[in-house]
Design a protein around this ligand. Sequence first.
Ligand SMILES: [Ca+2]
Length: 269
Amino acid sequence: MSQETQNHHQSVLSFDGVDDFILFSQVFDRVTDKISLEFWANGANRLADQTGLLRAASSECNRIFSIHLPWTNHIYWDAGNQTGFDRIHKGTQEREYKDTWNHWAFVKDSTTGEMFIYRNGELWQSGTGHQRSLIRVETFTIGCFWDSYKHWAGLLSEFRIWNIALTPERIQQNMNTRLTGKEAGLAAYWPLNEGGGTVAKDKTGNGYDGTINGAVWQTTELPVKPQARQSLETSLGTGLQDYAYWYRWKQSLPQSSDSQSFRRGRIWS
Ligand SMILES: [Ca+2]
């Protein structure tokens, strides 16, 4: 097993499949024509055959996003607006989503009309001709299809929403590591690793915290490295902060230290 796919003992969120869910508000006001949703999921053995893992609706209750994982032996990815929704789906078997960790990514690009589902970084299903644009989301839940309806059972971790269409290369690059929250295109990011409390914190700084209803914390092996890795876009995006940190650090040194060799480094929050 490579370094990238080693398991690490970490806190994840466990859903009972009866009445557990996370409720968010106005998560997608930064998303218009492109979206990617990705997460790690470990479906419980008791996971029902008709469940909703995610549901997002407009103020008029139009279906904006929906992920069924599964629904009657299929996995569905829906994305739309007030005119209806675009959909791709494919038949599945329990071994693809139960009793083990799988990384899932659901992507839609309204400009090209493409939709994709990736499983563990590899293309699982795709479709074309899906040009419906996306509109503002008012209610967003993880763990059920509709209010108190068709709840999902299992473990979830590392939930991310992007306002770009992720490529498989990009998914593979980041799926086994935590993010910093500052990555370009990241709209909301819930590592779901708090290990206590009832708030799912959005680590982007955009403030899209969620309220955990019933789901409980569990420590288990997860194929995600606990620490964020430095990525190119993060380096570019925080270059100024990086310099500011270095400058403050240098200013704090005693005068006699100036002659010492200095190797520029950085600190990650
Ligand atoms: Ca419960």
